[in-house]
Design a protein around this ligand. Structure first.
Ligand code: AP5
Length: 182
């Protein structure tokens, strides 16, 4: 099963996506993690500024990951696709390989709760893009570039809206209930 996790920075795509992947027995693929591990200086600069990295680069990275044997039976996408170009490219790619997105989980939480989570993580993990200016930019980029994908996936009948506020266990329970008949 292939599931896309959609939501603003701090909405819990990573936290919930990891648990979902474990429950489904498929890999959890975080585009941000891949970039933090392998991106060159230009990529790191974009991430630090809260801007999206180049679509073509991102797609090459993702197609390479999708071709790995562990992803053949499905996976949970976290952070990809992130704009209209990536979403249509993913559909084209999956059509070629005879696969499809079974569900897109939209995690929805208020902006002040998202900012609070990211600032709390900054104190513990020190992720470089978890500073107030970059967090604000990441949230704005989400609104302009990524939020339109809600309509895109709704139109395909695969969108599952989940209230992403509150504690991790409560969000997980809501997500699994929303995916019950997928
Ligand atoms: P990425 O790493 O994907 O960051 P993000 O989208 O900003 O997402 P986060 O990881 O901050 O949040 P999340 O929603 O995953 O929440 P999480 O579970 O981690 O991308 C980073 C950068 O890479 C982008 O800005 C861009 O530059 C580049 N990039 C990545 N993909 C790209 C693409 N496809 N195209 C172009 N560029 C791309 O939770 C956050 C925190 O909150 C954690 O500390 C967690 O423990 C905590 N938390 C989670 N849920 C709860 C809860 N319910 N209650 C309390 N705390 C919670």
């Amino acid at each position: 099963m292939r599931v896309v996790m959609l939501g603003a920075p701090g909405s819990g795509k990573g936290t919930q996506g990891e648990q979902l992947a474990a429950a489904l027995g498929v890999p959890h693929v975080s585009s941000g993690e891949v970039l933090r591990g392998h991106g060159g200086p230009e990529v790191q600069a974009k991430m630090l500024a809260g801007e999206l990295v180049d679509d073509a680069l991102m797609e090459t990275v993702m197609w390479t990951r999708l071709a790995e044997p562990d992803a053949r039976g499905g996976l949970v996408f976290d952070g990809f696709p992130r704009d209209a170009e990536q979403a249509t490219a993913l559909d084209r790619h999956l059509m070629r390989t005879g696969e499809r997105i079974a569900a897109t989980v939209l995690l929805d939480a208020p902006r002040d709760e998202l900012v609070g989570r990211l600032l709390a993580r900054a104190e513990v993990q020190g992720r470089l893009d978890d500073n107030p200016a970059t967090i604000a930019r990441r949230l704005d980029v989400y609104e302009t570039e990524t939020a339109p994908l809600v309509t895109y996936y709704e139109g395909r009948g695969v969108l599952r809206r989940v209230d992403g506020s509150g504690d991790v266990a409560a969000v997980y329970a809501r997500m699994m209930a929303a995916l019950n008949h997928v």
